[in-house]
Design a protein around this ligand. Sequence first.
Ligand SMILES: NC(=O)c1ccc[n+]([C@@H]2O[C@H](COP(=O)([O-])OP(=O)(O)OC[C@H]3O[C@@H](n4cnc5c(N)ncnc54)[C@H](OP(=O)(O)O)[C@@H]3O)[C@@H](O)[C@H]2O)c1
Length: 325
Amino acid sequence: MRVFVTGATGFVGREIVRHLKQNGHEVIALCRKPADLDVDGVQKVQGDILEPHLWEPQLREAEACVHCIGILRAFPQKGITFEALHYQATLNLVRACGKVGVQRYIHISANGVEKNPTTEYMRSKAKAEQAVRSSSLDWTLLRPSVVYGGSQSKESFVRLLRSNLAKAPIFPYFGKGDYRLAPISTWELAETVKRCLDRPDTKGKIIHVGGDEVYTYKALLHLLIESGGYKTKLFSLPTFLMSTAAGVLGNFDWFPMTKEMLQMLLQGNDLPPQALSQRLLEVPSISFRAWLTHGILEPPSAGVLPEQASQGPTVTRPLQPEEGE
Ligand SMILES: NC(=O)c1ccc[n+]([C@@H]2O[C@H](COP(=O)([O-])OP(=O)(O)OC[C@H]3O[C@@H](n4cnc5c(N)ncnc54)[C@H](OP(=O)(O)O)[C@@H]3O)[C@@H](O)[C@H]2O)c1
């Protein structure tokens, strides 16, 4: 299939481009700086998502679209806002897909959108989802938890934590550190996208994407320290102190966290209990612990893990609509 991928130079998008290419798809990759995409054999289109005339002609050549553009921090003084990069960008793409006849559309959203959104990040993500859902496209919404893995050259939440823990003799968690995370690998997320393209029964579905291993933030920090062999000592920082610091300093890009990012971390990021997830698509699981300790980021062969192979053939379960959707 010929697939148009946005955010192709990003942490998530580049792995989706690589994975689709490896699995026989042709990829048309939207990039602001094509030189930043180090995947061979893909057609690169230079353009900004907010200027549809730059990429609409190449979108017309595609049979499906995967949207991976997003921001974690806004810088309104530079014109980088959640409204523009989450909502307007999605609206532009959904409208353009409708206009040029690209019917199949996969949208990377975020786990937590289903809760009552309390941050601009989540509000704009929810608004973007609504634009997708009210379109006439054959859409699938993917809501990943925190994603790890990918290219060494790309920043990610886990990589940032690891490099800070490697340097710091002491490191804070906030409050009790008991908020939960379900880290998911870039491989599993990319494989989920691939399976959605393969399976027409994922059209009109919302699929949460999260790992089998769920950690509290404090347990995750301990695991990072243990697997890296660091000597770092953890301490609890009262949440109100971090919130005050992030509220004042979070507007500067050198400060690692905004007040909103802290708020989202404290809300937790494990999957809702009734959620339809990538497990129903039989995406093989990668162990977060195994990735940390042995760097394993892909299942051993042909998408079948040894323990699954020994259990005999897996049964394809039909997808059920998510409760409350
Ligand atoms: N990473 C996670 O843990 C995680 C978890 C849940 C959901 N998500 C979602 O996954 C998606 C991708 O996240 P990510 O971590 O890959 O982010 P990322 O590494 O920051 O990548 C963002 C991508 O968007 C592109 N982009 C930004 N503004 C653009 C514009 N105006 N026009 C065209 N392209 C533009 C960037 O291009 P440049 O390279 O030119 O800047 C980059 O390719 C987002 O929707 C995010 O909310 C991520």
